[in-house]
Design a protein around this ligand. Structure first.
Ligand SMILES: *Cc1c(COP(=O)(O)O)cnc(C)c1O
Length: 480
């Protein structure tokens, strides 16, 4: 057995000139710890393979320590380029907020505010008051309250209005939204007994009528957010279910999911039922998300009848599900933009993205092709193509927006799966990761969410892509 390698002491490495920078940047506690870990690693390597063993140089040990410190201090939440073609991408953070909301959040972060303070009386206020009047004006509701997200809104409404009682829902609307939000599970946790009526594809008015008993607490409609039932189908309209509910003095609750505040057809987008239309049709309570079509922060908005909202606000769960000041700071100016519909498509970021013209994206594609082709070299072929973006987050699942972007294919068919994987990985490892989608043996980069203002940032890091692609990588199996 070879003798154990002679390793420097922690103190010796801390006195190395390179440690001055590390100590300055990361401090004594972390730097000492990182050096200690690098030494322990060298010792355990030697123990595992003594015959291979010579001691690593001081530089190599400090390299390791520095790398570990860098990784440890790098932010985990990173900005990325969303070129997936899905604008409201749940995994990429859904809605991007308008400048007015960003400014308000920045201020709320650093100064005290009247979050729950009535400036007229000097007494305690109610945080919902900051946005309730705006929501009522924009939806026609009598009252409104805000919670953490729409799942919380559904839970809170059901728990308040049906605890121990039955909630009637059509079988065709027992949806699962990605990330484990399932109507039957939420019902159970809310303490409501689910009564399913109709069949998966067809539900009739009489199905609701015959299900109503003494034990019924409410009737519920759920927006089919992320799927569509087509073919031989029948659903009962909100207005009709509302009439059936009201004939038995029961409330109708509608989980709208995305819940837009405006008719999107005025911008040439597909129609999505609005909150106002749903309330006008007879819904007593409507729940919807703040960060889907509305284009604001994550939140769940409950809008509807005054007496029901008052009951909901008294539920102790409301306190557990309430929103923080940052959410309200962002929501208020976002809602206010809707008072000026003529400018909404410029100022509300999500709507601006939905309404970008395919021609604008095509012009961008033409500028980007040569730059990207140069960065990728001869292993790949970059072309432009029309494509289709999705609104995302369950809004209008079967509709898509004509879009334009780049399609990158490996130059050789041989090993093209591996080449694509290599490219996709390299893009994800950029300083600001680029997320596209793999489709038809190519990588698709939809340019809808790359606004002109971000294009310089996008191209600036492409030189780094050349480096990433040429780094040795762990071989992966070819994609099938
Ligand atoms: C998205 C959605 C939810 C969940 O909303 P979150 O704000 O993500 O909690 C609930 N119901 C429907 C119909 C939805 O589309």
């Amino acid at each position: 057995m070879t003798a154990a390698p002679v390793l420097p002491s922690v103190d010796k490495l801390l006195q190395h000139p390179r440690s001055i920078d590390l100590l300055g940047e990361y401090g004594k506690t972390q730097t000492t710890e990182a050096i200690r870990t690098a030494l322990a690693h060298a010792r355990s390597l030697w123990r595992a393979q003594p015959e291979a063993g010579h001691a690593p140089s001081n530089e190599a040990l400090l390299d390791q320590a520095e790398q570990a410190l860098k990784t440890r201090m790098a932010p985990r939440l990173k900005a990325v380029f969303n070129l997936t073609g899905t604008v409201l991408h749940t995994n990429l953070g859904r809605a991007l907020l308008p400048q007015e909301a960003i400014d308000a959040v920045t201020e709320a972060l650093q100064t005290p505010s009247n979050l729950e303070y009535d400036l007229e009386t000097g007494g305690r206020g109610d945080r919902d008051d900051l946005v309730e009047a705006l929501i009522c004006e924009l939806t026609g509701a009598e009252a409104a309250t805000i919670v953490n997200n729409n799942a919380a809104a559904v839970l809170l409404c059901l728990n308040t209005l049906t605890a121990g009682q039955e909630a009637i829902v059509s079988r065709g609307e027992l949806v699962e939204i990605g990330g484990a939000f399932r109507i039957p599970d939420i019902m159970q946790r809310a303490g409501a007994k689910l009564v399913e009526v109709g069949t998966t594809n067809r539900t009739h008015a009489r199905d609701y009528e015959t299900a109503i008993t003494e034990a019924t607490g409410l009737l519920m409609k759920v927006h089919c957010s992320n799927y569509a039932i087509s073919g031989f189908t029948k659903a009962v309209s909100d207005a009709e279910v509302g009439q059936i509910a009201h004939a038995s003095q029961l409330p109708l609750m509608v989980d709208l999911g995305s819940g837009t505040l405006v008719d999107l057809r005025q911008w040439g987008l597909p129609h999505e039922v609005t909150v106002r239309e749903t309330i006008a049709a007879g819904a007593d309570l409507v729940t919807f998300s703040g960060d889907k079509l509305l284009g604001g922060p994550q939140a769940g908005i409950i809008a509807g009848r005054k007496d029901l909202v008052a009951q909901i606000k008294k539920n102790p769960l409301k306190r557990a599900l309430r929103v923080g000041k940052l959410t309200l700071a962002a929501l208020e100016p976002t809602l206010r933009l809707y008072l000026h519909p003529e400018q909404l498509a410029q100022r509300l970021t999500t709507l601006r993205l939905f309404t970008r013209s395919a021609e604008a994206m095509q012009a961008q594609a033409e500028q980007l092709i040569p730059v990207l082709q140069t960065a990728l070299g001869s292993d790949y072929v970059v072309a432009q193509a029309p494509m289709h973006s999705q609104i995302g987050s369950g809004a209008l699942p079967v509709e898509s927006l004509p879009s334009h972007g780049l399609v990158i294919r490996p130059a050789e068919r041989k090993q093209s799966g591996r080449q694509l994987h290599r490219l996709e990985t390299a893009l994800r490892q950029l300083h600001r990761p680029v997320i596209g989608r793999l489709q038809d043996d190519a990588l698709w980069l939809d340019l809808r969410c790359l606004e002109e203002a971000d294009q310089a940032l996008f191209t600036a890091q492409l030189a780094q892509l050349t480096v990433q692609l040429n780094l040795p990588h762990t071989p992966q199996k070819d994609a099938p």
